[in-house]
Design a binder for this molecule. Structure first.
Ligand code: WTA
Length: 636
C-alpha cells in the first residue's frame, strides 16, 4: 500500500536513515561542489551571499544597501535599485545573443504543440505590453489572469511586469466564486482568460466561469480571451476582446518600465486560516534574485537545459519554476496542458523522452498516482536525458521517493525535495545535487537561509523532537506584505513566535541536521499539493441553504495526500439524505472548484468548540483518525 504523508517519527527515523550519495557524474557537473563548505560560508554572511547572487541579474541602477531592516518585519532588499523582472527573464537574453534559443515548448493533452524562441516570446510579450498600455493599464494596476497552462499565460504575466502592472493569477481549477473574490480583493481592471481547456478529453468552459465571476466585479472593464480549444462561448462584444485581435496591430518592441527593486511585481492569493484568501505580495528585485539563485543551484543549471516543472502557473511553483526561474536562467521550459495519464499512463515519461527533459520537477501526488499504474510504464522509457529530479508541495513519503528514484531516475538522478511556500517565493529547505540524500527528508536549508525548529516560546527543540518550523533570518524573495492588509501580514507570520518568520508547518530535525517536514499546524489542507483553507471550504458549505454550520478536516488519502471530510449541522427539520450530500458537494464545487475534493460528509448535531466558539478541528480529526485525544495539539 502507498502510505500517505501522515507519518510518525518512528517511521521517519527508521525508514529514512539510509543515505543516497551523488554519482561521479553528478559531482562532476555540479554547480556547487562543496556542500557543507558552501552552507557554512553563506551562513557566516547571508547578505553578502545574496549580494553576489544579485550580480547574475541586470540592474538599471545598483542598490545602496542589500537589506534594510529599519521597518521590520517590512524588510526591504536592494534599496534604491532599479530593475524589472520581465526584463531579466526576456530582454536580457535578446541582447546576450541567446535570442534564437528555445524559451518555451508547449504541448497539450490532445497533442497540439507550439515552440517559442526567446525572440518570438519577446515579440509576443511586447505586443501584449503595448496592447495593455493601450487600454490604459499602467504601473501598479492589477490584471487578473484566469487561464490554463498555455503560452498566452506566460505572455500575459510577462507583459504585465514589463509595464509595471501587477498580475494576479487565479488557478483555472478554481470556480466563479473563488475567482470573483480574488478579482474583488485585488480590484483588478481587466481579466485575461481563455475560451476553455481540455482535461481528460472533457472541455472545461473557462469563459463561462469567468463571465459569471465578472458579473459581480465592477472594476473589470475588459475581458481578453485567448482562443485555446475553440469551444463555443458567449461573447460580449462591448466587453470582450479576442487575445489575437488585441495584440494584432501592436508593435513588437515595447519600452520596459524601470521599477524600484521593492515595487510589487505580482499578487498571488493563497489560503490561510480564515475564509478570505491572502494576497501575497512579491517584488521585482529580491524575488528575481532568490528564484534565479535557487533554480540554478538546486537543479544544477548550466544554461542549456530542458526543464519541466509539472505544476500549474496558477500556483507559486508555476510562477517561480515554470515561468520566471527558467526564463531568467535562459533555459527551455516545458509547459504541458493536461493530465499525466492521457491517453496512456506513460504520457509524462513520453514527454520526458520526446523533449529530452533534463530536470523533472513534480509533486508527490503525481508520483503516487503513477506508482499505482506500476513501474512498467516508466520502465518502457529510457529517459536518458534526465539528470535531476525534484519534488514539491507536500511531504514525500519514503516509498514514493524510492520509487521515483529507482524507476524514473534509474538510480542515478538525485531528488531535490524542496520545501517552500507561496510566501517564501523560492526553495527554502532543499538539498543541492551533491548532498547525501535521505528518502523523505527535505535535507537542509538552502545556503543563506537559517531555519530552526522551536516550541511555542521560540526555544529551539532538541533533535528528534517535533516543533514549529521557523525562519530566523531574511531572504530576498520573502513575502513583503498581504495586499491591503499589513495587519494580517504581521499577525500571520511575525506574531506567532516572536522575532521569527512563522511557516505554519511542523517538522523534526534528525541528529545530522536533516529536516523532516510533517505538515501544517494550522487549518490549511494540502489536497494533491494544492493549498486550500478549511475555513474556505466551510464557508462554501454553509452557503447552501440547508447547512447551518460546517467543520472540515483533512483525512489521509493514498494518492492525493489529503482529502476533505466534512461534519455538517443541518437546519432544523432538514433530513440528512444522500441526495443532500450530493447537493452539498456540488455547492462546494460551485463555490471553490474541483480543487476541494470531498471524500465524505457526516451530518452531526453539534461540533466541538472552544469557549470562544471556534470549531476545534483537531478534536474532529483525532476522533476520525482514532488518535488519542490528548495528542490533538498535533505534534507539539
Ligand atoms: C507544504 C508550495 C513538505 C508545506 C510551494 C508548506 C511541503 C506548504 C513541501 C506551502 C515539501 C511544500 N515537503 N511539505 N517539499 N513543499 N510543502 O504555498 O506545508 O502552495 O507550508 O507552496 O506546502 O504550500 P504553497
Amino acid at each position: 500500500m502507498v502510505k500517505s504523508n501522515q507519518r510518525d517519527l518512528t517511521e521517519v527515523l527508521s525508514s529514512g536513515q539510509k543515505k543516497y550519495f551523488p554519482s561521479k557524474k553528478v559531482l562532476k557537473n555540479a554547480v556547487v561542489k562543496d556542500y557543507e563548505g558552501t552552507l557554512k560560508k553563506a551562513k557566516s554572511n547571508p547578505e553578502k551571499f545574496w549580494e553576489e547572487a544579485a550580480e547574475d541579474l541586470h540592474w538599471f541602477k545598483k542598490w545602496d544597501k542589500v537589506l534594510d531592516k529599519r521597518k521590520k518585519p517590512f524588510y526591504k532588499w536592494f534599496t534604491k535599485a532599479k530593475c524589472n523582472l520581465a526584463y531579466n527573464a526576456l530582454d536580457r537574453h535578446i541582447q546576450n545573443g541567446n535570442k534564437n534559443k528555445l524559451a518555451i515548448i508547449w504541448e497539450d493533452e490532445t497533442g497540439r504543440k507550439k515552440k517559442y524562441t526567446y525572440y518570438q516570446l519577446y515579440e509576443e510579450v511586447n505586443k501584449m505590453a503595448n496592447a495593455l498600455r493601450g487600454l490604459g493599464i499602467k504601473k501598479g494596476d492589477r490584471v487578473a489572469i484566469y487561464m490554463p497552462n498555455i503560452p498566452e499565460i506566460a505572455i500575459t504575466m510577462l507583459a504585465c511586469l514589463k509595464i509595471g502592472a501587477m498580475h494576479s493569477v487565479v488557478y483555472a481549477g478554481f470556480s466563479a466564486g473563488a475567482l470573483r473574490d480574488r478579482i474583488k480583493d485585488a480590484r483588478a481592471k481587466i481579466l485575461v482568460t481563455a475560451d476553455g481547456s481540455f482535461r481528460r478529453g472533457k472541455v472545461i468552459d473557462l469563459k463561462s466561469i469567468a463571465d459569471e465571476a465578472v458579473k459581480q466585479c465592477k472594476t473589470i472593464k475588459k475581458v481578453i480571451v485567448a482562443k485555446n480549444n475553440g469551444a463555443k462561448i458567449k461573447f460580449n462584444k462591448r466587453r470582450d476582446i479576442w487575445f489575437n485581435d488585441f495584440i494584432k496591430n501592436q508593435s513588437a518592441e515595447a519600452k520596459t518600465q524601470e521599477m524600484d527593486a521593492e515595487d510589487p511585481a505580482f499578487v498571488l492569493y493563497t489560503s490561510g486560516t480564515t475564509s478570505k484568501p491572502k494576497g501575497v505580495i512579491h517584488v521585482h528585485g529580491g524575488y528575481a534574485v532568490g528564484v534565479l539563485r535557487t533554480i540554478k543551484w538546486v537543479f544544477d543549471l548550466k544554461g542549456d537545459e530542458i526543464f519541466w516543472c509539472t505544476a500549474d502557473p496558477g500556483w507559486i511553483t508555476g510562477h517561480s519554476y515554470i515561468i520566471y526561474g527558467p526564463l531568467m536562467a535562459g533555459i527551455t521550459t516545458v509547459m504541458y496542458e493536461g493530465v499525466p495519464d492521457v491517453p496512456t499512463p506513460d504520457r509524462i515519461w513520453k514527454i520526458v523522452e520526446k523533449y529530452k527533459v533534463n530536470v523533472l520537477y513534480t509533486a508527490p501526488t503525481l508520483i503516487r498516482a503513477m506508482m499505482r499504474y506500476g513501474f512498467e510504464w516508466p520502465q518502457k522509457h529510457k529517459m536518458a536525458s534526465l539528470r535531476i529530479l525534484g519534488s514539491v508541495g507536500e511531504p514525500i513519503n519514503p516509498e514514493a521517493w524510492k520509487w521515483f528514484y529507482k524507476y524514473v531516475g534509474k538510480n542515478h538522478c538525485p531528488i531535490m525535495d524542496t520545501w517552500w511556500q507561496t510566501e517564501t517565493g523560492m526553495n527554502m529547505i532543499t538539498p543541492l545535487p551533491v548532498a547525501p540524500l535521505k528518502a523523505g527528508s527535505a535535507c537542509k536549508p538552502f545556503p543563506g537561509i537559517i531555519a530552526d525548529i522551536v516550541g511555542k516560546e521560540g526555544k529551539k527543540v532538541p533533535a528528534g523532537k517535533g516543533g514549529y518550523l521557523v525562519i530566523k533570518n531574511q531572504w530576498p524573495s520573502m513575502i513583503r506584505t498581504i495586499f491591503n492588509n499589513p495587519k494580517r501580514y504581521l499577525k500571520t507570520y511575525w506574531e506567532q513566535v516572536k522575532g521569527v518568520y512563522f511557516t505554519g508547518d511542523v517538522a523534526y530535525r534528525d541528529k545530522e541536521g536533516y529536516f523532516w517536514i510533517q505538515g501544517r499546524t494550522d487549518d490549511v489542507l494540502k489536497i494533491a499539493g494544492h493549498r486550500i483553507g478549511t475555513a474556505e471550504v466551510e464557508s462554501a458549505f454553509v452557503s447552501h441553504k440547508d447547512a447551518v454550520e460546517a467543520g472540515v478536516i483533512g483525512v489521509p488519502d493514498e494518492i492525493r495526500g489529503e482529502v476533505i471530510k466534512a461534519f455538517i449541522i443541518l437546519k432544523k427539520g432538514v433530513k440528512g439524505t444522500d441526495t443532500l450530500k450530493i447537493k452539498l458537494k456540488k455547492q462546494v464545487r460551485k463555490t471553490l472548484g474541483p480543487v476541494a475534493v470531498i471524500k465524505d460528509i457526516e451530518f452531526v448535531e453539534k461540533l466541538p468548540k472552544t469557549r470562544s466558539g471556534k470549531i476545534m478541528r483537531r478534536v474532529l480529526k483525532a476522533k476520525e483518525l482514532n488518535l488519542p485525544l490528548g495528542d490533538t495539539s498535533s505534534l507539539i
